[in-house]
Design a protein around this ligand. Structure first.
Ligand code: UDP
Ligand code: MG
Length: 321
């Protein structure tokens, strides 16, 4: 383990990024040396099936400020970010992608803002890079919902951030398992600044997101960040109760005046509408029940299979004594 302790810890989740590790390490080393920033890079290999881990080991050979955490399988980017935050020891921590989409130059600007006393520096997308139509429209809906939930504009938010030690400690101490890092940095509060950046083209390989993966991510983020949908169900229930009372009175009146029957279409329509709303509501409630179940199990967010340049847990506990 290197004796040097960094000021800035750069956390990079990597899933099947073998071709990008060297490039990232090199770019960061050059820039950090030029800017005289004492930095260490934490690559978190999220269960890659290509040579990512070997590439991280090679990068660590070349530069003693490279550290690595390897997961036993793919646990997802959120888990990888948190593993990095937990391992990092710097006075501030930055999180960036492994594919050069987050420019290193913007990281330097974030760091300078941190030096000026800002505790949370958000990377804000100035444009969204190249995305297809479906992706664009789906993400627009998702960000509308999330922005309403978080009460801030999420449409240009990214996972590219720099956090002061205080904010990192606050995030790492959260007991919850399923997190939404992008919004949590706003949730912790603190003095916040933002740095605009243009999303670059991906250096090598392709985006790791599948459509199903994105939908799961969106649902998970909403469910773990807001209970609004539950109140929406309650609201729908009330609205339908009011309608039911009106319809009920009308029904009784027609019955009393012997003008019943007819209205078959109305019955079918009401049946269909109520049926779907009940199912939808059950689904929403089910989503939250599932979340409670998962949280209550209290499983680890991830399982580490090996590390590079990091003290083992036992050593760390010993240091703390
Ligand atoms: N990533 C990860 N685990 C995953 C999927 C992605 O650690 O299960 C990492 C990936 O290696 C990259 C970052 O998260 O560093 C962003 O992924 P990607 O570029 O595929 O997403 P996009 O930029 O298209 O949103
Ligand atoms: Mg990318």
């Amino acid at each position: 383990m290197s004796a040097e302790r960094e000021t800035l810890s750069i956390i990079i989740p990597a899933y099947n990024e073998a071709g990008n590790i060297r490039r990232m390490a090199q770019a960061l080393r050059e820039t950090m040396t030029r800017e005289k920033i004492s930095a260490a890079v934490y690559f978190v290999d999220d269960g890659s099936r290509d040579g990512t881990w070997e590439a991280i080991a090679a990068a660590a050979e070349n530069w003693d400020m490279v550290r690595g955490v390897r997961f036993s399988r793919n646990f997802g980017k959120e888990a990888a970010i948190f593993a990095g935050l937990e391992a990092a020891v710097g006075d501030c921590c930055a999180v960036m992608d492994c594919d050069m989409q987050h420019p290193v130059q913007a990281l330097v600007r974030m760091y300078r803002l941190w030096e000026q006393g800002f505790e949370v520096v958000e990377g804000v997308k100035e444009d969204r890079g190249r995305e297809n139509f479906l992706y664009k429209s789906m993400s627009a809906i998702f960000y509308k919902l999330m922005s309403a939930a978080v009460k801030m504009d999420m449409s240009r938010a990214s996972d590219f951030k720099l956090l002061d030690r205080k904010a990192v400690d606050a995030l790492v101490a959260l007991p919850e398992r399923s997190t939404f890092f992008r919004a949590l940095s706003g949730w912790v509060g603190y003095r916040t600044a933002s740095v605009g950046f243009r999303v670059q083209e991906r250096a090598e390989g392709e985006s790791k997101w599948t459509t199903m993966g994105l939908i799961k991510y969106a649902v998970n983020s909403i469910v773990s960040f807001t209970t609004k949908p539950l109140y929406l169900v309650m609201g729908m229930g009330m609205l339908f109760l009011i309608l039911a009372v009106i319809q009920g009175i009308e029904c009784l009146v027609t019955y009393a005046t012997h003008r019943a029957v007819e209205g078959f279409t109305t019955v079918i329509l009401i049946e269909l509408i109520i049926g779907s709303i009940v199912m939808l509501s059950l689904g929403i409630i089910g989503g939250y029940v599932a979340k409670i179940y998962e949280e209550v199990k209290g499983r680890h967010r991830y399982v580490v299979s090996s590390t590079i340049g990091l003290p083992s847990r036992r050593e760390r506990d010993h240091d703390a004594l």
